[in-house]
Structure formats: structure tokens, C-alpha cells
Design a binder for this molecule. Structure first.
Ligand SMILES: [Zn+2]
Ligand SMILES: [Zn+2]
Length: 279
């Protein structure tokens, strides 16, 4: 039992992060899986399902560019332990397949190492961990209960959370912390509110995340976010173009002037990430 820590208060077994370690796979039993074992999450900002292992790389190791692939050192498609993931391409993928082809046939049955974990997280030990060099120099730096985890390459939401790509949605819809919760702690209902025990809304450490409650009025929640959904990429680009006057945007986009100012303030805060401030 880990020592008690104010940032990772004791929670019931089924809502607690159980940790990841370098040696063992992390297979979340609550995630839906395709035929080949890959889990995926619905990502509203991409309007599709995204592979759990790809999300784990993008959230915890670094951005994927162009033809970059998120590859498994362990050869276990069901795993999204960030220690077992690296960035490569077709050549590395092919070498991985050759290495794991035999091992895959002999991979231990996906059995948990202790009974308390059987229902939620399976942690099989991979037969072989590939040592291929990653295309990105960054490595996963690990989660510890008393230290926040920040991914500086992610974009800010207008309300102070982090997100994978620049959108006009709030953290309660596209927040990176919500994806981390779903990947490493347990499933989320869209009305669930995810809190930070560290009070740092940019933190992605699953030891610090917990479901703090639910939005009681589903109708208000939907109305609030449906309105934001109407803003297209083109609209966002117009807001980011500081040469356009607020009044012009109000008439063209049908937004309240205050909403436009809020977006622009968020863009200015996002130094280095927002196109609008790089001019
Ligand atoms: Zn693994
Ligand atoms: Zn934290």
C-alpha cells in the first residue's frame, strides 16, 4: 500500500489509478476493442475513434507527425503502457513484426499478476521488449503520486485545460485529462466532471484525476457545447487573424463579442502554439 499522499487520496479500488511499470503491459479491460485487439476512444475533435496506443503517445510522449506510427515494443496490441510505446515508421513496424511474430504465438494468456486486478487492468509480462530507437528523442517520464505531469506540446483550451489540437471546445469536452482518465483509470460518461486533486488543470497525472461529480442538467450541458460546435476551423482561423475586427467577426460568425475576446485571449496565452500570435 503506497504511503498516503494529499495529491492522491485513497479512492475505491474501481476508481483508482493502479500505476504503470516498465516491465508489464497495461491492458484496460473497460475499453472497447477491435478484431486485432487495439482499443480505441471516441475523440470529438477528430470526429472519429482514435487508437488508445496512438493517444497514449500523443498525450504522454510527444506529437506524431506525417507518417509517424505509434509502435509497441511489447508486441501486444492490447497494451497502451507508454513505457512500451515508441514512434517509428513502416521499417520499424516491419522489424517489430518479425521480432514479435514468434513471441506473439507464445504470449502468455492475458492473465493478471494478482487477483485484485483481474477485472480492471490486466498486466501480462511481454516475452520480448524491442529496443528499437524511437524517432522522437523524448521518452515517457513516468507517473509518480506526488508530482504533476505536464505535456508542453499540447494546446491550451480557452478555459485552462490541455487538448490535442486547437479547437474552440472547453476542457470538459476535449480536455486531454479526460482522455487520460479513460485510458488509465476507467470509463467516463460525457456528463462526468473530472477533477484534479492537485488543482492544476493542465496536469495529466492519472494519480491526480478523479470523477468529482456529474453535470446535473444534461440539457444545459448539451446546449452549451452544441453552440460551440458550430464554430468551424475556418471560423477559428478568422478569430486567430488579429487583422479582423471584432465587429466584423460578430456579424460573420454570429458570436457574442465577449466570446470572440475570450478566444483571442486564449490564443494570446498559447504562445508558440497559436498561429494568430506567430506573426
Ligand atoms: Zn505492453
Ligand atoms: Zn497534478
Amino acid at each position: 500500500m503506497p504511503p498516503s499522499n494529499p495529491l492522491s487520496p485513497e479512492r475505491p479500488e474501481d476508481s483508482r489509478f493502479l500505476g504503470v511499470c516498465e516491465e508489464l503491459c497495461f491492458v484496460a479491460a473497460w475499453l472497447p476493442r477491435g478484431r486485432h485487439g487495439y482499443a480505441s476512444l471516441r475523440a470529438k475533435e477528430f470526429n472519429r475513434q482514435v487508437g488508445a496506443h496512438r493517444l497514449a503517445v500523443k498525450l504522454l510522449i510527444g506529437p506524431l507527425k506525417g507518417e509517424d506510427m505509434a509502435l509497441h515494443r511489447c508486441g501486444n496490441s492490447r497494451c497502451h503502457n507508454p513505457y512500451h510505446l515508441y514512434v517509428g515508421g513502416d521499417a520499424e513496424n516491419l522489424r517489430d513484426r518479425v521480432l514479435h511474430r514468434d513471441a506473439r504465438g507464445h504470449l502468455e494468456p492475458l492473465a493478471a499478476t494478482d487477483d485484485s486486478r483481474t477485472s480492471r487492468v490486466l498486466t501480462p509480462r511481454p516475452l520480448v521488449l524491442r529496443k528499437e530507437v524511437s524517432r522522437v528523442t523524448a521518452n515517457f517520464t513516468g507517473f509518480t503520486p506526488n508530482k504533476c505531469f505536464h505535456a508542453d506540446w499540447l494546446h491550451p483550451t480557452y478555459d485552462g485545460y490541455r487538448q490535442l489540437c486547437r479547437t474552440s471546445w472547453s476542457g470538459e469536452v476535449v480536455g486531454a485529462h479526460r482522455k487520460i482518465h479513460t485510458l488509465f483509470i476507467g470509463p467516463l460518461d460525457k456528463y462526468d466532471i473530472v477533477g484534479h486533486s492537485c488543482s492544476d488543470t493542465t496536469c495529466l497525472n492519472p494519480y491526480h484525476l478523479f470523477i468529482s461529480g456529474q453535470h446535473t442538467s444534461h440539457r444545459d450541458f448539451n446546449a452549451r457545447h452544441d453552440k460551440r460546435c458550430k464554430l468551424t476551423d475556418e471560423g477559428l482561423d478568422m478569430i486567430a487573424d488579429m487583422a479582423l475586427r471584432t465587429a466584423e467577426l460578430v456579424s460573420k460568425l454570429g458570436l457574442h463579442p465577449q466570446t470572440i475576446l475570450t478566444y483571442r485571449r486564449a490564443l494570446l496565452d498559447a504562445t508558440g502554439h497559436a498561429r494568430g500570435v506567430q506573426k
